[in-house]
Unconditional design. Structure first.
Length: 128
């Protein structure tokens, strides 16, 4: 699963790569154009629920090919934005660094928490 959100770095989109907790593995990484296809550059880590996750900031509007490397076995994410044939006879997944049209961009001011509710989220001033 891939989630996209505004990056704290201007001009970038944060991509959250996730793999399900039922994936039994010792080492998982996301490898692609963004890290020059270096297997150890972007390891994925398991959270408390067992979900494998890695965050990558990509330049807004860019297109990157990637694959997952799970205990030395390459895996393609066919639920990504797309996929293309590679020179090894398999497919690379494709992610586009664009936000979905229905994404609300918010800016955060110092906020207060009352009874577990977050207050003071405001629409981004550039969204008219």
């Amino acid at each position: 699963m891939i989630y996209k959100m505004q990056s704290p770095q201007p001009g970038y989109i944060r991509i959250c790569f996730e793999l399900p907790p039922f994936l039994w593995a010792d080492q998982v990484a996301v490898v692609g154009d963004f890290n020059n296809w270096r297997p150890g550059a972007t390891p994925m880590h398991q959270d408390r629920e067992g979900i494998w996750r890695a965050l990558v900031d990509l330049p807004m509007g860019s297109r990157c090919e990637f694959r997952y490397l799970v205990d030395g076995t390459w895996m393609t994410d066919y639920h990504a934005d797309g996929y293309v044939a590679n020179t090894y006879g398999s497919d690379n997944s494709v992610v586009l660094a664009i936000l979905p049209e229905d994404t609300l961009v918010v800016s955060r001011r110092p906020s207060m928490v009352y009874n577990g509710a977050l207050h003071d989220l405001h629409p981004h001033p550039h969204l008219g």
